[in-house]
Design a protein around this ligand. Structure first.
Ligand SMILES: C[S@@+](CC[C@H](N)C(=O)[O-])C[C@H]1O[C@@H](n2cnc3c(N)ncnc32)[C@H](O)[C@@H]1O
Length: 352
């Protein structure tokens, strides 16, 4: 039978859920970890999950759809809520959550299917700004303090474009970024090397985001979806996201809608050639096809002729995620892996 949506079949989903449990959930969400162990042997739920479009991170999308629905006040009395630490003051860690979870999924299968087909993984994780801040400082250093422009690819709601409104604590007793900010992002530095952090904010001439489907911070439902993408145990992350959304409502970030492959070249063409540009992206290229990834790399090479262009990538090609800065000079690319990072901003090992 043809598959016009190009969705995975349920057998293809099992290794994706297993990989996610082993590499991501084991130290991130004990609830989703436990649920995954049973879900991978559950034909009915795998059939439901097979409505997830290709190139979407399947486990994240599936669990977030359930999280979004169970957080709805209409489900305030549902017993599944007892297992979600962000939805109940005394979460149930004794009982097996799977039977209740399964029943909820089957009862709400039409709503879950609709969410899987219409929403996508757009987690906007401001914790990652702790990595970006270090690299912005590095670039400011390399440019002798000259300003540069920022172009974020895959911005979601644009919360990472507000990086200079957050404070950073790397554990060395100094507050970086906006030291007065009430949003304090803590990032543990592992190893002996230190990034060239500065308390002087890097000079950024302007910043623009690009997203296929930008999330409007004024749209309450879109923000509930972003919130549902945060694992239920991560209360501090959820709080940071809510605070960042409140900040973005006062200082709306500029995010241009469209495919980065079409919008980034236009944006680059509109920026003066003597202005250095840093493109940055985190957990975006995994949603590109392999052809789109190759095209993205090509277009940076093409647009680097006659200008200083940089690309900063936090993309999970391996685990922990490498933080890679590519410098483009007149059509030549040179890549430098700066650090190994956790995916949520919790720690970074800077390379000497
Ligand atoms: C997982 S989110 C990451 C958001 C943000 N970079 C972060 O780390 O917080 C991935 C984002 O990339 C966007 N995206 C995926 N493919 C895209 C494309 N071809 N062009 C522009 N944005 C894209 C999605 O819409 C989504 O908002």
């Amino acid at each position: 039978m043809s598959n016009p949506l190009n969705t995975p079949d349920r057998h293809q989903l099992i290794p994706r859920f297993e990989w996610n449990a082993r590499h991501v959930l084991e130290d991130s969400s004990s609830l989703y970890f436990r649920l995954t162990r049973e879900l991978i042997g559950d034909g009915k739920l795998l059939v439901l999950a097979s409505h997830i479009p290709a190139h979407q991170p399947a486990p994240n999308l599936f669990f977030s759809a359930v999280h979004y629905l169970i957080a709805d006040p209409a489900n305030a009395d549902h017993p599944l809520r007892e297992f979600f630490p962000d939805l109940t003051p005394n979460p149930n860690t004794r009982d097996d959550p799977y039977p209740v979870f399964r029943k909820f999924c089957l009862t709400h299968s039409a709503e879950i299917r609709h969410l899987l087909e219409t929403r996508s993984v757009q987690l906007n994780e401001i914790g990652r700004c702790a990595y970006f801040y270090a690299v912005f400082c590095l670039l400011a250093d390399r440019l002798d303090g000259d300003p540069f422009a920022l172009l974020e690819v895959g911005s979601s709601a644009g919360l990472n474009l507000l990086w200079d409104r957050y404070a950073y604590d790397y554990g060395d007793g100094t507050r970086y970024g906006d030291s007065d900010s009430h949003i304090i992002l803590r990032c543990n530095l592992r190893g002996n090397a230190r990034p060239p952090l500065s308390t002087t904010l890097p000079r950024v001439a302007f910043r623009i985001g690009i997203d296929l489907d930008p999330k409007d911070v004024l749209d309450d439902d879109a923000m509930l979806w972003l919130r549902a993408l945060v694992w239920p145990e991560h209360l501090e992350r959820a709080r940071h996201m809510e605070q960042a959304i409140a900040l973005a409502r006062q200082h709306p970030p500029l995010v241009i809608p469209g495919d980065a492959l079409a919008v980034a070249p236009r944006a680059l063409d509109s920026i003066a050639r003597d202005m250095p540009v840093l493109l940055f992206h985190s957990f975006v290229l995994n949603q590109f096809s392999s052809e789109a990834r190759a095209r993205y790399a090509e277009l940076l090479v093409e647009h680097s002729v006659g200008r200083r262009l940089y690309d900063l990538a936090l993309e999970p090609s391996e685990w922990p995620a490498p933080l890679v800065l590519t410098t483009y000079e007149n059509g030549r690319a040179s890549e430098q892996t700066l650090a190994a990072c956790d995916h949520l901003g919790r720690w970074m090992e800077w390379y000497p």
